[in-house]
Design a protein around this ligand. Structure first.
Ligand code: PEP
Ligand code: MG
Length: 537
């Protein structure tokens, strides 16, 4: 039995087998080797394993998505057999006496460079295929479970880092818990784990060699216990049962009002990233969607989602909510949410860089497509729009101009449009400080405490090394929140919180006392916040 300590970013207990997910883009070092024959044999064995993985993937994909879409795995297997690719690897190992990983990587990069430089789109796509197959072989050579695919049983996923785009592509059915070596509580991956309602730990120095072993994740104490003995297993099984029972006790609050003892009603909404999260919104009985992080529709794609694709996703959410409020936040790409096809410049400080509304205002064609999709969906329910990362009145003026022109254009084209409230996120100190002015221009404020803390305290929310300096209850933050609420109310608009602090039940009474009108939290936190509201004087 081995125990590793980390930091819990999503509570709960998970018991199951671990699966180490090798980094998608492995790091390769050049090593000089003596026995070239053995190294070539190592390469051949890894290639054989990769081909067999690809054949299995092809078979299961045929069943799930049909022959046409499954064909990519077949093509990858064929590319791996390509005689020129293979010869260049074998020659490099023999002539230069380098390790197989390095030879595969170099041969792959050469081909990637060649295809990427060609005009024709199909050759460019081929360069991505080559990268994929060489990385697959390298992962096997490095001893990782290369398939990175999931079997029938859900697993506890171990990863070095997990980007929001990788996390969002994961199927909740496959994952019992995340255990990540590098990561922070404020990261979007941690937020996604809370949305998926699965326990998650970060900062755990796990041993990747334990992949496949049974383990326990204690998302209360921040512990990973590998190969637990019978006694420990028994203790955790009963803790898990107690956990499930307290969740079902909370379920008794379903259908009850979010009202304090003195009769103040608070709107309690849920945060989602994709239409699939709606199940958990209904299970936990949220009054509406206070934050639909629309960028997640962009993250699991290889190209811009079309107006129609976006429209279908927004329509599904707004229709399913059946008249309850749905606030769609326009896409907040940038910082930790990078998407290759946006071709954003590499930045030294991406959190302070071209992110969210800044991308929308500098690339209005992307913004307009999204706004068209949102306005078209507005005909199907109660929809509002919210704009992220605002710092000035000028931005709001520009946004409203674009939004109005999109709306007018759609009306002229004959599309039905609903009544749409437009609000902004207050997540920069600048917006909080000028909130008296901004409140005159919009219908509501939603305070993004995740970014507001990051920018107020000058602490990168993704940097786990700064945890000791991070105070989620810093008086400066509360000062700004109070100011925003007062300025909003003076202008007659409602003010909510959609950052993670809104789900902190230790703060519920404080926020209510400060005058907050709405709290929007991860779906799994709705009922515990309802309980806290109902216990507030
Ligand atoms: C926030 O910053 O508090 C917020 C809700 O937005 P995100 O976490 O997606 O940046
Ligand atoms: Mg934010």
């Amino acid at each position: 039995m081995k125990e590793f300590l980390g930091k819990s970013v999503s509570k709960g207990i998970a018991i199951g087998n671990m699966k180490y997910m090798a980094p998608k883009h492995p790091t390769v070092n050049k090593v000089t080797i003596q026995d070239t024959e053995a190294e070539i044999a190592r390469f051949e064995a890894a290639k054989k394993e990769a081909i067999s993985d690809l054949q299995k993937l092809y078979q299961s994909a045929v069943l799930k998505v049909g022959k046409q879409h499954a064909a990519i795995f077949d093509i990858h297997a064929m590319l791996l057999e390509d005689i020129n690719f293979n010869n260049s690897i074998v020659e490099m190992i023999s002539n230069q006496k380098v390790n197989a990983e390095y030879a595969v990587w170099t041969a792959g990069e050469r081909l990637v460079g060649m295809f990427a430089g060609m005009e024709d789109d199909s050759f460019q796509a081929k360069s991505a295929d080559i990268k994929d197959i060489s990385e697959r072989v390298i992962r096997i050579l490095q001893g990782a479970d290369a398939s990175n695919e999931f079997g029938d049983e859900p697993v506890i996923l171990l990863a070095e880092v997990l980007s929001p785009s990788e996390t969002v592509q994961m199927d909740k059915e496959n994952i019992l818990s995340f255990v990540i070596r590098y990561g922070s509580a404020g990261s979007h991956t941690a937020i996604l784990a809370r949305t998926m309602e699965i326990p998650a730990l970060v900062g755990v120095e796990f041993d990747a060699g334990d992949s496949g072993h049974l383990c326990v994740v204690d998302g209360y104490e921040g512990k990973l216990i590998v190969d637990p003995d019978e006694e420990v297993l028994k203790t955790y099984r009963s803790k898990k049962q107690a956990d499930d029972e307290s969740k079902s006790l909370l379920m008794e609050l379903k259908g009850k009002e979010n009202i304090t003892k003195s009769g103040r009603k608070i709107r309690l909404y849920a945060n989602i990233g994709k239409p699939e999260d709606l199940d958990s919104v209904f299970q936990n009985d949220a009054d509406g969607i206070g934050l639909f992080r629309s960028e997640f529709l962009f993250l699991d794609k290889t190209d811009y989602p079309t107006e129609d694709e976006q429209f279908e996703a927004y329509k599904k959410v707004v229709e399913s909510m059946d008249g309850k409020k749905v606030i769609i936040r326009t896409m907040d790409i940038g910082a930790d949410k990078q998407v290759d096809y946006f071709h954003l410049d590499k930045e030294d400080n991406p959190a302070l860089g071209c992110r969210a509304i800044r991308i929308c205002l500098s690339r209005p064609e992307i913004f307009k497509t999204q706004l068209r999709a949102i306005y078209r969906a507005s005909a199907y329910g109660n929809l509002s729009i919210m704009y992220p990362m605002i710092i000035s009145e000028e931005e709001v003026i520009k946004i409203k101009e674009i939004s109005r022109s999109v709306r007018d254009e759609l009306i002229a084209e004959g599309f039905p449009i609903g009544k749409v409230e437009e609000g902004i996120m207050i997540e920069t100190p600048a917006a909080a400080i000028i909130s008296d002015k901004l409140a005159q221009m919009v219908d509501f404020f939603s305070i993004g405490t995740n970014d507001l803390s990051q920018y107020t305290l000058a602490i990168d929310r993704g940097n786990d090394k700064l945890d000791e300096f991070f105070d989620p209850y810093h008086p400066a933050l509360f000062h700004l929140i109070q100011m925003v609420i007062e300025n909003g109310h003076k202008a007659g608009i409602w003010v909510g919180i959609c950052g993670e602090l809104g789900a902190d039940t230790q703060m519920t009474a404080t926020f209510i006392k400060m005058g907050i009108d709405e709290l929007s939290v991860a779906p799994g936190a709705v009922l515990s916040v309802r309980k806290a509201i109902r216990e507030t004087e």
